[in-house]
Design a protein around this ligand. Sequence first.
Ligand SMILES: Cc1ncc(COP(=O)(O)O)c(C=O)c1O
Length: 439
Amino acid sequence: MNLRDTLKINSAGVLEIGGAAATELVKSFGTPLYVLDEDYIRKVCRAFVKTMNEEYGDGNVCFASKALSCMAMYKLIGDEGLKADVVSGGEMYTALRAGFKGADMYFHGNNKLPKEIELAVSNGVRIIVVDNLMELPIIDSIAKKYSVLQKVLVRVNPGVEAHTHHFVQTARADSKFGCSIALGEADIVIDAVKEYSNLDYHGLHCHIGSQIFDKTAYIIAIDKMTSFIKALEDRGIITNELNLGGGFGIYYTEEDPKYTVDDYSEYVATVARGVKSMIETKQIRKPVLTIEPGRAIVGEAGITLYSAGMIRDIKDIKKYVAIDGGMFDNPRYALYNSKYSAVIANRANAPADEIVTIAGKCCESGDIISKNVKLAKVEEGDIIAVFSTGAYNYSMSSNYNRNLVPPVVLVKDGKADYIVRPQSYEDLVRHDVIPARLK
Ligand SMILES: Cc1ncc(COP(=O)(O)O)c(C=O)c1O
C-alpha cells in the first residue's frame, strides 16, 4: 500500500479514499466500482505544471487521456492548466463535449482516420503528431479544405526503449509508432512535411516507454533528441517544440518505488534540467518542452472496489479469490501480466498473511486481476480494494461476456459523485438489431 493523506485506513480499520470509507461507498454505489481521488489528481497535476514552469519556463504538461478518458477528467485537467493528448475521434469528441478546446489538444495515432483528422482540423487542434509519411497528404488536403496551416510534430524513435528499471538503446526500429532517427526515416518525413503547403513542421515527439523509474533513460533520450535537433538546425530546420511523451512510473506493488507528489516534481525537474543543459551545450534554439504523463496523473488516484465471491483453495497449490469484476473492468493482466496490490477494505488492518490470486468472473483462464497478492484471509462478501487502477482500467474496459462496465465515482472531502454512470442490461442491447429475416 502506498498510503497518503487522501488514502488511509481510518480508526475503524476501514480503507478510506478522498475522505470516504470504502464500506460507505459500496453501500451507496455497489461493486464493482471505480473510485477516483480528486485531490490527488489535482495535486499531481499542480506539481507537474509548477515544476515545468519553474524549471523550464516555456513548457506544456499534457494529460495522455488514453489513460482515462471521460468528460469530467478533461474538465479537471483543464482546470489545472494541462493540455490533453488524444488518440482517436472518440477521445477528441469526449474532450470537446467537456468544453476542452481543440487549441489545447495534441492528436496522436499511427493510423489516424480521415474523419478523425477532419474532426481535429475543423476544431482547431493545436498539434497533429505525424507518425508516418503516408498521412501527410491526407492531413494536408484536409487542412487545405479548412484553410488551416496545420502545425505538426513528427514522432521519432530516438533508439531508447524503457520499462520500469530497464532501458535499452537500440537502432532496431521495429516499433509500430514513429520514424527512426538512426535509419534516416525521420529526416525523410521532416523534409516531406516541408513540401506540403498546409503543413507546418513545428517540432519533434518521442515516447520511450511506460512505467519508467530510471531517469537515465530520459537523459539518454534527451541527448539523442537534442543532437537530432542540432543536426536539423545545421540544415536550416528549426524545431520549435520538443515533446518527450509520458511514461513516468507509479506504485503498483512492493517492487516499485513509492513516489510522493514531491518525487514527481523532482522527476519533471530532472527532465527539464536535462533538456536545458543539453540545449545550452549543443547551442540550439530553446524549444517549447512538452511532456505527456498519463499513468502518473490518474493511476494511483484510482482504486477499484470489488466484492469477494467464490473462494477456491487448491490445497498446497493455489488459492483463488473470485471477485465480481474481471478483465472487463481491468484487462491489464491478460494483456501484460500486470501486477497489483490489494487489501480487504473492510478490515484493512488485518495482517496480510495469505498469498492469493484475484480472479475475475469471465470465461477465460487469463481473466485474472493479479497473481500472488498478499491479503488477509478473505471471506465471501469482503470488499477487496485493488490499488492503482486509475489508469488504463476504465479506459480499457469492455462488455466482455456482456458484463456491465462499472461506474466511476470521483471523491473529494468524503463526497462521491458519479463521473461515469452505471450501465444497465438495457444498455447492452441498445445497439443490437434482429434483422427481419431472423424474426
Ligand atoms: C505517445 C504517448 N504519450 C504518452 C503516453 C502516456 O504514457 P504513461 O501513461 O505511461 O505516462 C503514451 C502511452 O502509451 C503514449 O503512447
